[in-house]
Design a protein around this ligand. Structure first.
Ligand SMILES: Nc1ncnc2c1ncn2[C@@H]1O[C@H](COP(=O)(O)OP(=O)(O)O)[C@@H](O)[C@H]1O
Ligand SMILES: [Mg+2]
Length: 422
């Protein structure tokens, strides 16, 4: 479900903004407009944000992030283009309808937002509800729940100046959560915090998001923060969105040299996860299959081993069977369940690649990735892991050029060494 959509949105500041749009559309560049005092803050931005997603807008200072965010909640009107919230064109709303929507459905959390010094923490958290006209008893109840959510239970009666900077920022988050808005807009909300507290807040936000499933647009100039938080990331440069994608896409396939330069120092082994590089297992068999059927399947798919799952509907990963094991048992009576080797080494989908080296080196088979229910989500072949960690062509690319067998041997060697030294 699309929650929010921007369609060819422009924001030009200056004397003749509409003319600025026309000149940009005709190919004039941003610097050219700048010469006569026109600032093209946002140029032709289009994207959608899905319900329940954390959509990060990342870019250096001055790239147009805050201007874009202000158009998403109708605080600024686009010079050209449309913003749709729940399918509703914001520019078509009356001023009153827009205010109403902003106070009920959208919450903003800023980098430096004001806590009222002479109101208690609880009253501060309840502020958005007060603006909505929610009666005192109810707003205090909801504000207290929101304070619980952000880990400030018990702090309601205190004064803001009794709280640390990080705790104050949590009050801002609680204020936004208390209103029950579906859409949270966060503009550099954690940028003023020192690094450890900032990391805490990121964890807290991810944890809250697991439970609340809000739609969040999060702005940051910090690439690592973007990669940690964003389901998808829009990279902005000089007013334009130059790439939109998941962290893994952007790392693996930067759209241009600018983005490539931006992401080159990111620690891939921490950002990329098993889920982002896993492949579909070639052969999956069930515990009650016959060994000869497994041999046939392995030969057809040119795979060295099959992953064994429990019978449907459970489909839990239980073991592996190599072609040699299956062939040796092919004339007998037994089932796959009796001859397989139990799958003891697995990885979770959200495991960072850094944590996969050691388990991947313990077997010659691809490392199975297993979800919370024990189901086989995918597999990570060792070559793929190495390719993702280094900046080399993926095994698929390489397969087009050579048979890769020699490379496979060397990779196998180096993966064991890396794991051993870890
Ligand atoms: N109200 C305004 N009037 C004129 N120029 C503005 C205004 N707001 C922002 N700008 C300019 O638009 C550009 C983008 O600003 P902004 O959206 O604040 O970027 P960011 O949030 O990425 O730092 C900057 O060049 C800024 O100076
Ligand atoms: Mg800004």
């Amino acid at each position: 479900m699309t929650k929010l959509a921007a369609e060819h949105v422009f924001k030009i500041f200056g004397r003749r903004p509409k003319e600025g749009v026309r000149r940009l559309q005709e190919g004039a560049d941003r610097d050219r407009l700048r010469e006569d005092g026109t600032t093209a803050a946002v140029i032709d931005a289009s994207f959608t944000v899905q319900e329940g997603e954390i959509f990060v807008i990342m870019g250096l200072s001055g790239s147009g992030k805050s201007t874009l965010l202000r158009m998403l909640n109708g605080l600024l009107e686009p010079t050209s283009g449309r913003v749709l919230f729940d399918g509703q064109d914001l520019t078509a709303l009356s001023a009153k309808a827009l205010r109403d929507m902003r106070s009920r459905k959208i919450s903003m959390v800023f980098q430096h937002f004001a806590l009222f010094p002479h109101r208690s923490v609880l009253e501060n958290a309840a502020y958005g509800l007060e603006v909505q006209g929610v009666p005192r008893a109810e707003r205090e109840k909801r504000a207290a729940e929101a304070l619980d959510l952000v880990g400030l239970d018990g702090w309601g009666p205190h004064w803001p100046d009794e709280l640390s900077g990080g705790m104050q920022q949590r009050v801002g988050l609680a204020r936004a959560l208390a209103t029950d808005a579906d859409l949270l807009l966060m503009d550099e909300s954690f940028s003023a915090l020192d690094p450890l507290i900032r990391r805490d807040m990121q964890d807290q936000l991810l944890d809250l998001q697991q439970r609340l499933r809000k739609t969040i647009v999060f702005i940051t100039h910090d690439l690592n923060e973007a990669m940690r938080l964003g389901d998808r990331i829009a990279v902005m440069r000089d007013g334009r969105i130059v790439q939109i994608g998941a962290a893994a896409d952007i790392l693996s396939h930067p759209a241009d040299d600018y983005v490539a330069g931006f992401v080159q120092d990111v620690d891939r082994s921490r950002v990329l996860t098993a889920a982002s590089i896993m492949e579909r297992p070639r052969v999956i068999v069930s515990t009650d299959d016959q060994p000869d059927a497994v041999v046939r399947a392995l030969r057809t798919d040119k795979a060295s081993a099959a992953f064994v799952v429990s019978p449907a509907p459970a489909l839990r990963l239980v073991g592996t069977v190599t072609e040699a094991q299956a062939a040796a048992a092919a004339d007998g009576e037994g089932t796959v369940g009796e001859l397989m080797r139990a799958a003891t080494v697995t990885a979770q989908p959200d495991a960072p690649l850094a944590d996969l080296l050691a388990p991947a080196s313990r077997s010659d088979l691809p490392l199975p990735v297993v979800d919370g229910d024990g189901r086989l989500a995918g597999v990570v072949p060792q070559l793929r892991l190495l390719a993702a960690l280094g900046d080399r062509p993926t095994p698929a690319d390489r397969a087009d050029r050579s048979d890769g067998s020699d490379t496979a041997g060397r990779a196998d060697q180096s993966i064991r060494e890396e794991a051993a030294s870890a």
